[in-house]
Design a protein around this ligand. Structure first.
Ligand code: IPM
Ligand code: MG
Length: 361
């Protein structure tokens, strides 16, 4: 099979971690007889440096021409990088929001799994993590506060800023369906997270989710307020199977969920639309503080590449092979610095990529 993959290496640690994911993909191609046809695309700061904007229309067009896009990370140090002297809609993050909208990537899947081998890196007490946990956060990605109207104006001499949070029933229904579909392939439980005790958008969210649940009698639905969910994630993460939530809540809760797995460097993600097309990226940021040092953890990006093979190309055996290779390398005791613990072998980004690629057979 020929896989046409757009590659956005991006900023900060992006180029380092994506290079390792491509190494692993190339090895998969070799072993399973696929050819990888990469189109390198610029986004974020890397695009600002060349084009003056974080995402060009030409890049969107080329991304649409691909079957899937693999991405590293975008953004720099907001205090020191000249990118942050630009207007907000010209900064690196604006490129990411724009590509999500342009490609209609409304469903963001962020799996948070506690690997047996990484229990030591988990900040929670052992009695809480006993038996591990495995949840999927389904974050709505193209609506809500991040895409609502915003403005900053002076009103009666007082600077005032507005951000609006809007959801219509269609947007809620399509993401809810995705959550229930994936729950059917898992442990059949959906926890829908909202703030229905305060927000109208959450009250509509709850109503629509309940209606969708009617079509999935085998799935248990529960509603949870977002503040309670933040607490439950550290108190009893095992209770969660699929967490369904709106854009901003999902942004915040997915960072929290990643930390209880030990490191954000382990968390993959997929952003999907109605077709097989997807954008795959690690959930973590560009980590400018460690960029170029060769120490970043490439595993989240490598696992994102596995999600890409699974969701966009239906290559389950190949995706399984990558996930298995990651588990084996961890079992053998290899660690990047973020997940390092006593008695293990610390390696850098490149070596971690070599090890994982070496386990693909
Ligand atoms: C994420 C990031 C982005 C988001 C930022 C960079 C705009 O935090 O993917 O979680 O908030 O969606
Ligand atoms: Mg985030």
């Amino acid at each position: 099979m020929n896989l046409k993959i757009g590659v956005i290496k991006g900023d900060g640690i992006g180029p380092e971690i994506v290079t390792e994911a491509m190494k692993v993909l190339d090895k998969v191609g070799e072993v399973y007889g696929h050819t990888m046809d990469y189109d390198q695309l610029l986004m974020g700061g890397a695009s600002i440096d060349v084009h003056g904007v974080p995402l060009t229309d030409d890049t969107i067009r080329r991304a649409k021409d691909c079957d899937a896009v693999l991405m590293g990370s975008i953004g720099g140090d907001a205090k020191t990088s000249p990118w942050y002297q630009l207007e907000p809609d010209k900064r690196p993050e604006a490129g990411l929001l724009k590509i999500r909208k342009a490609l209609n990537l409304f469903a963001n899947l962020r799996p948070a799994v506690l690997y047996e081998e990484l229990k030591g890196a988990c900040p929670l007490k052992e009695e809480i993590t006993e038996g591990g946990f495995d949840m999927m956060i389904m974050r709505e990605l193209t609506g809500g506060l991040y895409f609502g109207e915003r403005k900053t104006v002076e009103e009666n001499g007082v600077m005032t800023a507005y951000d609006s949070l809007t959801y219509n029933e269609n947007e809620i229904r399509r993401i809810a369906k995705r959550a229930f579909d994936i729950a059917m392939k898992r442990r059949r439980k959906v926890t829908s997270v909202d703030k229905a005790n305060v927000l109208d958008s959450s009250r509509l969210w709850r109503k629509v989710v309940e209606k969708v649940a009617g079509d999935y009698p085998e799935v248990t639905l529960e509603h949870m307020l977002v503040d309670n969910c933040a607490m439950q994630l550290v108190k009893d993460p095992k209770q969660f199977d699929v967490i369904l939530t709106e854009n901003m809540f999902g942004d915040i809760l997915s960072d929290e969920a990643s930390m209880v797995t030990g490191s954000i460097g382990m968390l993959a993600s997929a952003s999907l639309n109605e077709t097989k097309f997807g954008l795959y990226e690690p959930s973590g940021g560009s980590a400018p503080d460690i960029a170029g040092k060769g120490i970043a953890n490439p595993i989240a990006t490598i696992l994102s590449a596995a999600m890409m093979l699974r969701f966009s190309f239906d290559l389950d055996a190949e995706a399984d092979a990558i996930e298995k290779a990651v588990a084996e390398v961890l079992r053998e005791g290899w660690r990047t610095i973020d997940i390092m613990s006593e008695g293990k072998n610390q390696v850098g980004t490149e070596k971690m990529g070599d090890l994982i690629a070496g386990h693909i057979a």
